[in-house]
Structures are given as C-alpha cells and as structure tokens.
Design a protein around this ligand. Structure first.
Ligand SMILES: Cc1cc2nc3c(=O)[nH]c(=O)nc-3n(C[C@H](O)[C@H](O)[C@H](O)COP(=O)(O)OP(=O)(O)OC[C@H]3O[C@@H](n4cnc5c(N)ncnc54)[C@H](O)[C@@H]3O)c2cc1C
Length: 541
C-alpha cells in the first residue's frame, strides 16, 4: 500500500469572500459594504466541497444537442448535466443575473460584481447566461412593450429550466447572437436579414433568415439578434417560442467543441424565417446591442479577475502545504517571488474591476466617460494577463497543476475566452482609441483619477506624463501599448491609495518601469514577499 504524504489537503469548504482580504476591502470601498452579509453567504456556498465538485462535473459532462426527439420531430434542445442546473440555480437565487436592475441602490453593480467574481472561481460556464441576461436589461429597458412583457420574468430569482413559452415559465434567461461565419468583429458584414411581417400597436414583428456562427447558451428563452433590414444592421428580440406557442424557427446546427467553457453550450444556429421583434430603430442595431456589450465586457474583466484570484488561492494553498528540499515551497525564496508577483497582479486586477463596477452604479457624466474608456481597456489587459497568470499558477502545483482533477487545468483552458468573446483584444484597444477621440473629457477624467496618487509616487507621475503625451498622438498600431499603459496607470493609482505600501511600491517598480514581462517571479530582491503572500493567502489556511 502506498502511503500518501506531502500532498496538501484540498482547498474546499472555505469562504471565498471571508478569505479574500482584497475583495472584502474593495466591496466596502466601492459603496457595497451593505451587501457584505449576502456576499459572505454566497462565498460560503460557492466554496463548499459540493459546489466545487459541481463545477468540475459540469465541465466533465458536457452538454448534448438533441436535434430531434425520439419520434423524429425537430426539437433543438440542449441537455445539461444536473450540476449545471445546480450552479445556475444558485446564481439566479443570488440575483447575479439582475439584482442591480431590481434594486439599483448605490453599490448594487459592485455587490453583483463581487458575487460574479466568486462564481467565476468555481464555474465560468454558467456565468455566460447569467452575464448575458444581466446585460440584456440595459438594452431591453429602452423597448417599453418588450420590457413590460419580459422584465418581470427576467428579474425573477426562480430558475426555471423548462423548455416552453415564456408566458408559462417562472423566469427567463436572455442570450445574444451577433457573430456570423464571415465575420464577428465587423458586424456590418452580417448577412442574416429580417423582413417585416406584422405590426401590433407600436410593436413591429419580423421574420429572420440566416445564421449565427456562435450563439452561446442556446437554451435561453430569447436572444438579442442582429439582422439586416434595408436600413442596415438592426436589433431584434428573438424568442425560442413564437407568440402562437410554437417552437420558433431557430435551428441549432451543432455545438462547438471548445478549448474551455465546456459546461456551457455554444451553438451554431440557422434562422429559418424565425419570428423576431424590433428593438430600437431599424439600422441602429449596432449601438443598441453594444449597450448590452458594455456590461458583458465588464463581466469579462470580473470573470478574469475571479479566475486569477482562484489560481492564486490554489497556488498559495499548495505552496504552504507542500515541502521540497526540506522546506515548504512558500518558504523557498524563488517560489515566494513567484507567488508575490501573482498576488500583486491579482490585487491590481481586482481593485480595477471593482472600481469599474462602481462606475456602473453612477450615472454622472464623469462615470459614463470612465465606463466608456475603462471597460474595453480593463477587458483587454485583465483578460490577457489572466492567461499568463493561469499558466504560472498551474506550475506552482507542479505536475498536479496539469491534471484535470485539479481546477488549475480548467482555469488555464478557461482563461483565453474572456479575451476573445465580447470583442477580441485588438477590437477592445481600438474601442479605447475611439472613445478617447469622441470625448475630450475622457482623457482629462482618467488623468484626474490618477493625479493625486501620482503626486505620492514619482514613478507614476512620470508614467502618467508619458501617457498624456501619447494620448495626444494616438496611433492605431500602438493601441495595445497605449491601452496597457492606461490600465497600468489606473491600477498603480488604485494600489497607491488602497493597498499596503509593499504592494503598490512593488507594482510601480515592476510594472511602470518598462515592458511588463509575460513571466511572473521577476520581483527585485528585498521585496517583502512574506507580507504580500500573507495578505493574499486564503485566510482559512
Ligand atoms: C466560446 C465562445 C462563445 C461565443 N458566444 C457568442 C455568442 O453567444 N454570441 C455571439 O454573437 N458571439 C459569440 N462568440 C463569438 C465572439 O464574440 C467572436 O468570435 C469574436 O467577437 C471575434 O469575432 P470573429 O471570431 O469573427 O473573429 P474576427 O472578427 O475575424 O477577428 C479575428 C481577429 O482579428 C482581430 N481584428 C479584427 N478586426 C481588426 C482590426 N480592425 N484591426 C486589428 N485587428 C482586428 C480580432 O481582434 C481577432 O483577434 C463566441 C465566441 C466563443 C469563442
């Protein structure tokens, strides 16, 4: 019998919120301290061994497309593992899909962000329909008749997995379908078209014909879909069932076989004269649907920050329990360097994400400009860093990290998708340039945000001056460099204000001094790694 020694206990049955100092502080600081009790409850539930196992199971038993029923009738249904439903039920019960819309008190989007940040640590697939439903409200609110019919069900916290007309359901989930085979970023190249067929009062109904190359969570009850009319790309709400109670002509051709996000179904669909209702004006579909996109992009930053946090928690936990060369790994100076560097990156991601979420709680001009610039910027940089981060965190576990029974392998496969969907990296950076070009105030507002902390640290002061200079001559080919620098300036400013000195000082020393390396563990000698790791450790350790 082989005796098992020197293997860490599993990191489970711990509270994802109580054990996360950075998150706790950010929740309080960004106006959502009132939500701490609920977030703590959710943190406990998500950190339970049961939910952690559900996250793994939902990804091991991937969804299956049932194109026809056993009699040969077209059915276009997707079957999910029970654990998918368990996790989605918990997410809805916790209001992660719509709570800030139902109760829009200050800090509501921040409180939700904290919940989603924890959900992403345990299972990112269910986060997809949760995020799309949350984001859809921003668009649907501008279509009064649709809002009246759909929002009460969208707001419901009772998860109803049944596949039937929404009028007979307790709740509704919303997806979106923009990307077509010939082009996703370039939405004007969409060829799916819509023909008007009926009007009732102010409501306008169309038949949609064409396809979508990606349509995730196809068991949602309705989708925001872009299709061409004679006026150009137009936004429609396309339900799974027609008003007459028949399955709508949305045919799921197949499910994608994906690198990660495997618990979630991402489908290719064909619209064969599918019923859809006009949202907004004909030809104004892109701005209408992009309103939803801002919220899903925020969620990408939240999700990637959550993945980093989970990677970090697992890495520190492992290093605190595993011995090599007569010492715990965490006490090996080079490993301490790696872990501290990861901790700094994770904290920088979390503070910026939570600050950005606050901008969604505020509706003044400055906050709107902040959102407009910082959402694509944060999505670009945080989601990009998450992939490198996941690879490094995985390596801390040595060979175990590469094995599917540990969640680091899943996090590693999961990480790139937040960078690709909802607008890939380049598109995000070009969007930052566009937002700055449109609003003179936007750059001033970013500078105002970092000005005071820049007085406290001359490295940030010099970095901001350069950022200002480069903003005056924005060049498309340099959009990634500019966006990275903008994010680094914001992260440095936030850390100087809100993190212990050793964190902000090391961040400024390593991130503002030149090119940020793709490898972690390059912190200078004499870094107070012990203090940095102690702050980041899941505190149940
Ligand atoms: C798992 C998954 C689920 C998805 N679910 C959905 C969904 O539910 N609904 C939906 O509508 N879509 C969905 N998508 C699609 C996703 O949003 C698109 O794949 C993404 O927006 C990129 O579009 P594309 O694949 O057509 O690539 P392209 O538009 O062809 O872009 C390819 C590359 O070129 C870059 N690029 C494009 N234009 C420029 C430019 N002007 N300058 C420099 N670089 C440029 C892009 O950044 C990208 O890196 C999903 C994708 C994935 C992977």
């Amino acid at each position: 019998m082989i005796e098992v020694t020197n293997q860490p206990p599993p990191l489970e049955n711990y509270n994802l919120f109580s054990s996360d100092t950075v998150l706790k502080q950010a929740l309080e600081r960004e106006n959502a301290g009132w939500a701490a009790a609920d977030v703590r409850l959710l943190g406990e539930r998500l950190g339970s061994a049961e939910m952690i196992a559900a996250g793994a199971d939902a990804n091991r038993h991937v969804p299956v497309l049932k194109t026809y029923d056993r009699y040969g009738h077209r059915s276009d249904e997707v079957e999910f593992h029970a654990s998918w439903h368990t996790l989605l039920e918990l997410a809805l019960k916790s209001g992660l899909h719509t709570a800030p819309w139902v109760d829009p008190r200050p800090g509501a989007h921040v409180a939700r962000a904290a919940g989603c940040y924890m959900l992403a640590q345990i299972e990112s697939g269910v986060y997809c329909p949760v995020s799309m439903t949350y984001a859809s409200v921003a668009t649907l609110k501008h279509a009064p008749a649709i809002a009246e019919e759909w929002l009460p069900r969208i707001y419901s916290r009772v998860y109803d997995r049944s596949f039937r007309p929404v009028a007979r359901k307790a709740s509704a989930l919303i997806g979106m379908a923009m990307t077509e085979n010939q082009g996703g970023s370039d939405l004007r190249s969409n060829v799916t078209h819509a023909e008007f067929y009926r009007g009732i009062g102010e409501r306008r109904f169309y038949k949609l014909t064409g396809h979508k190359w990606f349509m995730s969570a196809p068991m949602c009850d309705a989708f925001l879909v872009l299709a061409q009319t004679s006026a150009g790309p137009t936004c429609f709400l396309v339900p799974r069932w027609t008003p007459e109670g028949e399955p709508n002509a949305i045919h799921i051709r197949r499910l994608k076989d994906k690198l990660g996000n495997r618990s979630n179904a991402s489908s290719e669909v064909e619209f064969d004269g599918a019923h859809g209702e006009l949202i907004g004006e004909e030809g104004r579909g892109i701005p209408t649907i992009i309103e939803m996109g801002n919220y899903t992009r925020l969620d990408c930053a939240i999700g990637s920050s959550g993945l980093m946090r989970q990677g970090l928690a697992q890495a520190i936990h492992h290093a605190r329990h595993r011995r090599a060369f007569q010492k715990f790994l965490v006490d090996q100076p080079l490993m301490a360097n790696v872990l501290s560097d990861l901790a700094i990156e994770s904290e920088a991601a979390t503070v910026l994400t939570m600050r950005l979420a606050r901008a969604y709680d505020e509706s003044d001009e400055v906050s709107l400009a902040f959102r407009r610039v910082v959402t694509p910027a944060a999505k670009f940089w945080i989601c990009k860093r998450a992939s490198m981060f996941a690879a490094e965190a995985m390596e801390v576990l040595g060979g175990n990290g590469y094995v599917e029974e540990f969640n680091l392998a899943r996090i590693y496969r999961e990480a790139p998708v937040n960078s690709i969907w909802e607008g890939s990296g380049n598109i995000m950076c070009l969007d930052v340039l566009r937002a700055l070009a449109r609003s003179r105030m936007a750059m001033e507002m970013i500078i105002a945000e970092v000005q005071e902390p820049a007085k406290e640290d001359s490295r940030l002061g010099a970095f901001v001056s350069k950022l200002q200079e480069s903003a005056a001559r924005l060049d498309e080919s340099q959009a990634r460099v500019f966006t990275r620098n903008l994010v680094l300036a914001l992260q440095a400013a936030l850390l100087i204000q809100h993190a212990p000195h050793q964190i902000s000082d090391t961040f400024c020393a390593t991130r503002l001094s030149g090119d940020v390396e793709g490898v972690f563990g390059l912190l200078p000698p004499n870094t107070d790694t012990r203090a940095i790791i102690a702050r980041a450790a899941p505190s149940s350790d």
